[in-house]
Design a protein around this ligand. Structure first.
Ligand code: PMP
Length: 359
């Protein structure tokens, strides 16, 4: 189909939309390219979804997802009024950009981070100032704090960062919150359960802190699309105003029921998370044996480069052997591969494929 730009609103042609990792339509590929959990969700999730599907689909769902917000609040020691939910954390992030970052000054975030932040900023016409990470791809907290103190629309930090997997200690988050007291500091904790430190406990002390999490990774629910934000009630109220000006029912009945069940199965959560973390530690050693330099990861993926092999060529060679990993054709990180942690068997297949390729 040919695009017909004359029908488009003027800004649409200039957008550079986010490109998600490949979701293959062929079976049998080892899928280590989009940071999903390799394990299925708790069986209680499927029971809850079936029960929800058995009655009530002719009615709209609860627009405020009250029971889910209560379950999230109970899990994290918060009030339901301090919790906002959305259709995946991507939607929550989009609403947060709209609600907080349309200001006179530029929005600050590291130059190497989740690439969707730039896309939201462009969508809403928000100016960005990118703070370079250092040569080891670490966030330079002092430089970021100094820049924030000069005035900014807000600050966005993924912790652990994506796609590096490197986490910041809470003392650094505190430093950034203090550098930017009149603007929102958004901490995107999509991967925090795999070894990072969560800032959720700091919400009561910091009115400018918004913590965003997802059930896509550590709760194995990427297919259900549930994310949430936690912060003081005034921030949550702003997000709710945006939501109710966009889509009153972002979470359907099945998603609300399944998410509650996932949050209530702590044993499943702990077991699958521990398996991912254990597998990661083993894979790091094997990658280092092949000569890869692997960044220290607190996430469910590793970011690695090989001094003697081109990353794009390696990704292509792995794909020929039915293993999908992610390569970003972007400045500063084009030498790296991002490898999601699969089951032990899947990581074994990756290692076998690398052995064949690297000789
Ligand atoms: N934040 C980060 C840093 C991510 O990597 C992702 C996953 N692509 C998301 C947010 C969005 O996750 P979801 O929409 O599945 O909750």
């Amino acid at each position: 189909m040919t695009d017909i730009p004359s029908f488009w609103s003027p800004r649409i042609g200039a957008l550079q939309p986010y490109v998600p990792g490949e979701q293959p339509r062929i079976d049998g590929l080892v899928k280590l390219n989009t940071n999903e959990n390799p394990y299925p969700p708790s069986p209680a999730v499927l029971d809850a979804i079936q029960a929800a599907a058995a009655h009530g689909l002719e009615r709209y769902p609860d627009p405020e997802s009250q029971a889910l917000r209560e379950a999230i609040a109970a899990r994290h020691g918060l009030q339901p009024g301090q919790v906002f939910v959305g259709n995946g954390s991507d939607e929550v992030l989009a609403h947060a950009f709209f609600a907080f970052f349309q200001q006179a000054e530029p929005l600050l975030f590291p130059d190497v981070t989740y690439s969707f932040y730039r896309v939201y900023a462009q969508l809403y016409g928000i100016d960005c100032a990118l703070q370079p990470v250092d040569a080891a791809l670490r966030i330079d907290v002092e430089a970021l704090a100094a820049r924030a103190a000069q005035g900014c629309a807000g600050l966005v930090i993924a912790n652990p960062n994506a796609p590096t997997g490197i986490g910041l200690p809470l003392a650094d988050i505190e430093r950034l919150l203090r550098a930017c007291p009149t603007r929102v500091v958004l901490v995107d904790e999509a991967y925090v359960d795999f070894g990072g430190q969560s800032a959720l406990a700091m919400i009561d002390r910091h009115p400018n802190l918004l913590v965003v999490q997802t059930l896509s990774k550590s709760r194995s629910l990427a297919g259900l699309r549930v994310g949430f934000a936690c912060g003081q009630a005034s921030l949550i109220n702003a997000l709710t105003r945006v939501k109710n000006s966009f889509n009153s029912y972002p979470l359907d009945r099945l998603a609300q029921a399944g998410a509650i069940a996932a949050l209530q199965d702590e044993a499943w959560f702990a077991q699958t998370r521990d398996a991912v973390v254990d597998t990661r530690e083993g894979l790091v050693l094997q990658l280092e044996d092949f000569g890869f330099e692997v960044l220290p990861s607190q996430a469910n993926f590793v970011f690695a480069r090989h001094p003697a092999h081109d990353a794009a060529a390696l990704a292509a060679a792995l794909r020929e052997r039915a293993v999908l990993v992610r390569h970003f054709r972007q400045p500063r990180i084009a030498d790296y591969l991002r490898i999601s942690i699969g089951t032990r068997a899947q990581c074994g297949q990756l290692v076998d494929a690398l052995a064949a390729i690297l000789g």
